[in-house]
Design a protein around this ligand. Structure first.
Ligand SMILES: CC(C)(COP(=O)(O)OP(=O)(O)OC[C@H]1O[C@@H](n2cnc3c(N)ncnc32)[C@H](O)[C@@H]1OP(=O)(O)O)[C@@H](O)C(=O)NCCC(=O)NCCS
Length: 167
């Protein structure tokens, strides 16, 4: 098997303008819309890192700290912080910004686990992450803990539920 290359992970940035169709009756953004945007940011960060197809395997718990209002700008930064053999942990930070004052507040941080897959959907090896700075090292160690908790969770997963529509 050929040696896996080592490379840096670029940070990617995504912005959007929160429109009425993305908000609830209180005028704040639907959680599912935020999660979908985070998923897209994670996929782009993973793709730009490995330059291979990726799928979302799981997300860690996400706490929405502050609401994002209709008319706000939403801003996300995502970067691969940890690599396994075929999987990557991507950290996504989300901020809301008032369009006129420019005032910003942090909304949430999430960790998505992305797996590189071949065209037939089978996991395939990715490059190793190059860690250079102290903050990248701290992120790597946090990613390693997340990876260990995913592995523990997968070992403990209950059997699939019974399908109520099965004949
Ligand atoms: C993710 C997926 C490709 C893993 O396939 P698999 O045959 O179970 O893979 P393996 O058990 O060989 O594990 C491959 C890697 O995925 C990781 N992995 C598997 N299931 C995972 C999960 N639920 N969460 C996080 N990581 C997971 C493993 O830890 C392993 O990582 P490593 O190679 O870095 O150590 C497969 O479960 C899948 O296709 N899931 C559906 C993905 C999807 O449709 N997402 C939503 C739309 S994008």
């Amino acid at each position: 098997m050929s040696e896996r290359p080592t490379r840096k992970a670029p940070a990617i940035h995504m912005s959007d303008h929160v429109l009425p169709g993305q908000t609830n009756n209180h005028g704040t953004m639907f959680g599912g819309e935020v999660l979908a945007m985070m998923d897209k940011a994670a996929a782009i960060a993973a793709l730009r890192f490995c330059r291979q197809f990726v799928v979302t395997a799981s997300t860690e718990r996400i706490d929405f700290r502050t609401p994002i209002h209709r008319g706000d700008l939403i801003d996300m930064t995502a970067r691969v912080i940890y690599t396994g053999t075929t999987s990557m942990i991507v950290r996504i930070d989300a901020w809301a910004e008032r369009p006129v004052s420019g005032e910003r507040h942090w909304c949430t941080t999430g960790y998505y686990s992305m797996v590189s897959v071949s065209e037939d959907g089978r996991p395939c090896a990715i490059p190793r992450l190059l860690v250079e700075t102290q903050s990248e090292q701290a992120d790597w160690e946090h990613g390693a803990k997340i990876k260990a908790s995913i592995q523990a969770r997968l070992r403990e997963t209950d059997p699939p539920p019974q399908d109520p529509l099965a004949l």
